[in-house]
Design a protein around this ligand. Sequence first.
Ligand code: TRP
Length: 382
Amino acid sequence: MEESVQVGPWAAEAFVDYEKLLKVFGAKPLTDSEVHKLERLAGESHLMLRRRVFYSHRDLDMFLNMYEAGYRCALYTGRGPSGSTHLGHILPWVFTKWLQDRLGLELFFQMTDDEKFLHEERLDLPESNSFAYENSLDLIALEFEPRKTHIIIDTEDIGYLYPVAVKVAKKITYSTQKATFGFTDSTNVGLVFYPVLQIAVSYLPTELYGEETYVLIPAGIDQDPYWRIARDIAQSLGYPKPSQIHNKLLPGLGPEGKMSSSKPETAVYTTDPPEIGAQKVMRAFTGGQPTVELQRKLGGNPDRCSVFKMYEMLFEEDDSKLSERYWNCRTGSLLCGDCKAELASRVQKFLREFQERRDRGRDKLHQYLIRSKFSEPKLKHR
Ligand code: TRP
């Protein structure tokens, strides 16, 4: 990395300059032809592709070719369970669910209770572990298919990961770890080892299915350092290189920055009472003018508006309605109060329905756990 930017697995700021990020990380922008190919294989379009909410990738073209050629494929993503889930977290999961349905793929979902325990001073292990289960309910509420969704909770399912992890660990030097993740002499050694486990999951499907499996990882670009190593060492371990597709982060409802638990008033949690979620939207910072008169005269700026972004990235399916909203804002005929009120009612309805499914999810949780479906991999002599 020539330039220093505040991104990386433990230092993700709100990235606005996605172009620059692509350069820094060396990922490729998603082209029309890749989007069309994915849509063709999926049999329909998705707003997050059309609007480039998912905007860059690595080796997606290779993954799609392998999928089309009939090779075994799978999806992999994860979550560091350090607290409650908000809309920014579920954004990539909504797309992942679509991929699962449309491409008929199994999903491996890693809950890194170990990572969050090791990283966050304030969290003890029972807490991060219980967030792993709480956050799993959000996957159920999104209606991931239980037979095809395999949740790995690191501290409990380590037997699935460890045989692959030792092989991974042997390929990675301490100097690579320092250079890739910025570890120093005072970093605890748990954190130094942790990346091995996140990388190992990208090879796990090949072990569990007993055949070469191509893996696609939908995730924020901040996770890229892991996959850079995963791609580098894959072939020497006899696994296909995992591919990635990266999403932009949902902005928080404040004046700047991604939706983040460090600013809870600007984040809508899946567990917020629906009317609280609506209230947060009503208090959101917008791209509007300070007064109604000025708004009518000058129009607002939807490009810098957290409310418009919520419509664009999650809540408005219909392209023509979205563009109507955009121009009505620009020309001053739509006022922020009205635009927010409409979003607030959509958010409220979403939360109400989501929470009904989430509450019912507790009884189904065991069906999603990897340990209820697979036995631990026995390494064959490769
Ligand atoms: N490290 C990720 C986080 O802090 C969690 C994670 C584990 C993950 N495996 C993943 C995220 C795969 C995306 C894809 O949130």
